[in-house]
Design a protein around this ligand. Structure first.
Ligand code: OAD
Length: 246
């Protein structure tokens, strides 16, 4: 770890951009993607979370997301989610939270200014790029090809409302606008290998922002962080948030 500190002080002029990854939900019981236990039936996420995988075997892809949907129904926010919500209550619109996670744990923990750049596990949409129908709430499980519904508007198969590998994440204009105005980037629980989120730290640094990482392991992009706070998000963040307001 290049640096270590126990305190991060925020000034009244600071704009904080928080970026979270799977690690922030790990203590709630949701497995991360790249841990030793991160494989699903022997597949890496890069093998099932793609448009090509869906075209080849939509039932397999839906089985992957259906299992995740069921799991998400049982989890609750942990102290890391609550700490970020507390930070937001203090900073108001000087706080912005961008998550790569598709769960709703930030919202359940009280966060309001949350953007899900990789979509939502509890939403589905039409799989046709030409269809103008909107994503919709959907917590159903689909296990066979026959169970997968078709779009009412165009007849194509329904797919999870998730950003897959090779696709552009959601809300990038808003995210990049917020990142450009940030004076502090707080990144939590992400391995720093999936773009474009992995490059946010470089962008923030170029703009002069202070950059902080929280997680038990050094991320791939750790060289770009001013501070790397080693530990679990649920243990580090509550103290960090208290210290930031001192
Ligand atoms: P990864 O699984 O790649 O990384 C999770 C990170 O969380 C690792 O660096 C762990 O060290 C860290 N971690 C584990 N437990 C933690 C804890 N208790 N507190 C803090 N950190 C902890 O997950 P992401 O980086 O989020 O995209 O993955 C990025 C994207 O890759 C995901 O959004 C997903 C995946 O493909 C899509 O599905 C589109």
């Amino acid at each position: 770890m290049p640096h270590r500190t126990d305190r991060v002080k925020l000034s009244p002029r600071d704009h904080l951009f928080a970026l979270t990854g799977a690690g922030v939900s790990a203590e709630s019981g949701l497995p991360t993607f790249r841990a030793a236990n991160g494989l699903w039936r022997g597949y890496r996420v890069e093998e099932v979370a793609t448009p090509e995988a869906f075209a080849a075997d939509p039932a397999l892809v839906w089985q992957f997301y259906s299992e995740r949907r069921l799991r998400h129904q049982t989890v609750r926010p942990n102290p890391a989610h609550f700490a970020l919500a507390e930070l937001e209550r203090g900073l108001g619109d000087r706080f912005f939270l961008c998550t790569q996670n598709v769960d709703s744990l930030h919202e359940q923990g009280g966060s309001q200014r949350v953007v899900h750049m990789h979509g939502h596990i509890r939403q589905s949409r039409c799989s046709s790029r030409r269809c103008s129908s909107r994503p919709f709430d959907d917590s159903n499980s689909y296990r066979t090809r026959e169970e997968i519904p078709f779009c009412n508007a165009c007849g194509a198969l329904i797919r999870p409302h998730i950003c897959w590998f090779g696709e552009v994440p959601f809300e990038m204009d808003l995210i990049l606008h917020q990142l450009a105005g940030a004076t502090v980037l707080l990144t939590v629980g992400t391995s720093g290998v999936v773009e474009p989120a992995a490059s946010f730290v470089k962008m923030a640094r170029r703009n002069g922002a202070k950059t902080i990482y929280v997680g038990p392991e050094e991320p791939s992009n750790s060289a770009f962080f001013d501070e790397v706070l080693s530990g679990k998000a649920g243990e580090v963040l509550p103290g960090l948030v208290r210290a930031s307001g001192d």
